[in-house]
Design a protein around this ligand. Structure first.
Ligand SMILES: [Zn+2]
Length: 104
């Protein structure tokens, strides 16, 4: 993002991390004109969305999970596997599938 000094019109530089407050972020700026030396705070505000973000629920979940400690990740995977139908379920389904192929 390009910023300009409102005192001398020279290019400015954003320094440091922005401070967020809801949909508004404040950016510390320095004028690149050494003879000016102006420092100021610029405000950037969210207006409206033009295209929805591509990050899916899956991606956000994966990011959250990757931040968990390793043992928590392993425990969650074990819980998920316990919720999935086991090999018994597959054996029940398999004859029905072969029946379908036979009649088709
Ligand atoms: Zn300036």
């Amino acid at each position: 993002m390009r910023v300009y000094c409102n005192a001398c019109g020279s290019k400015g530089k954003i320094s440091g991390s922005p401070r967020f407050s809801g949909d508004i972020s404040k950016h510390y700026c320095d004028c690149l004109n050494v003879e000016c030396g102006h420092r100021w705070v610029a405000t950037l505000a969210y207006s409206h969305t033009l295209r929805k973000p591509t990050t899916s629920v899956d991606q956000r979940l994966l990011e959250r999970l990757s931040q968990l400690p390793k043992d928590s990740q392993v425990r969650l995977i074990e819980q998920l596997e316990a919720m999935q139908p086991g090999p018994d379920h597959h054996q029940v389904i398999a004859p029905q599938l072969s029946l379908l192929h036979h009649t088709a």
